[in-house]
Ligand binder design. Structure first.
Ligand SMILES: Nc1ncnc2c1ncn2[C@@H]1O[C@H](COP(=O)(O)OP(=O)(O)OP(=O)(O)O)[C@@H](O)[C@H]1O
Ligand SMILES: [Mg+2]
Length: 227
């Protein structure tokens, strides 16, 4: 098989490649099958503007955090891809493929989708209660299927055992995404926050939804003040 980032000739055990689904700034995502299962290969390409040493370090860091988070979420039956295989040196992970499209597309195609935004808020709370922050919560990083099931992806900037600030920042990144990319949904942020609050399990020893929302409001205020 051949790859755009110098992996020519490298073979990935049990992997049969199909088509390139996404070629982004950081990663190329290809669909295919692995041991007969529907899968995607996420290959991190070297970035020309970084020194090769820094690039390799960042690639390893992001892939290894993504793999660790996926492994952890799998244990909890969280809706995110299963981890099949990884190779930190060659910069790839193989994960299960979800039959769905980015929520971004779904919200733009059907303008009556407030309920999906609320569901997304609930899912984020669940993630936070597992002790994980996402780091890049946009509507491109959550996939939705025809039954409106959501599936979270792209954990390269996630943190295990995040601080309150990281949880608040997750909501702020999504706030920016919803207000800039989905401005036709007037109450999107409030609806997302209501989903987030509703799914607070109120367990002791977990940072509560209201603490995270207060921190988010503080961050939002800071950003406004400096804008
Ligand atoms: N497990 C999966 N199942 C189905 N589609 C996927 C899966 N993982 C990724 N994709 C598709 O590939 C796209 C990019 O994947 P991902 O978000 O993980 O990479 P990325 O780090 O955002 O890439 P870049 O930053 O270079 O844009 C997703 O938006 C989605 O369309
Ligand atoms: Mg992404």
């Amino acid at each position: 098989m051949s790859h755009p980032n110098g992996m020519e000739g490298a073979t990935i055990p049990m992997w049969i490649e199909d088509i390139v689904m996404h070629k982004g700034a950081e990663a190329t995502v290809t669909s295919g099958s692995w041991l007969g299962k529907s899968a995607v290969l996420k290959l991190r390409s070297p970035r020309g503007y970084r020194t090769p040493k820094l690039d390799k370090k960042l690639t390893r860091q992001r892939l290894s955090v993504e793999a660790r988070v996926l492994g952890r979420l799998q244990l909890d039956n969280f809706p995110s891809p299963s981890l099949y295989d990884l190779d930190l040196d060659n910069g790839w992970i193989l994960i299960s493929r979800f039959e769905g499209k980015p929520l971004y597309d779904s919200l733009n195609e059907d303008l009556n989708s407030l309920e999906k935004i609320k569901k997304f808020g609930k899912l984020i709370r669940k993630l936070h209660e597992f002790g994980i922050s996402h780091g890049d919560l946009t509507t491109h990083n959550v996939l939705i299927d025809k039954y409106d099931n959501l599936h979270l992806i792209d954990f390269g900037l996630a943190r295990i055992f995040p601080e309150l600030e990281h949880l608040g920042l997750d909501l702020q990144v999504l706030n920016e995404c919803l207000t800039s990319s989905h401005s036709e949904y007037e109450n999107a942020v409030d609806i997302m926050l209501s989903g987030y609050s509703e799914s607070d399990s109120k367990l002791p020893d977990i940072i509560s939804a209201s603490e995270v929302i207060s921190r988010f409001n503080e961050i939002r205020g800071r950003v406004r003040y400096h804008a």
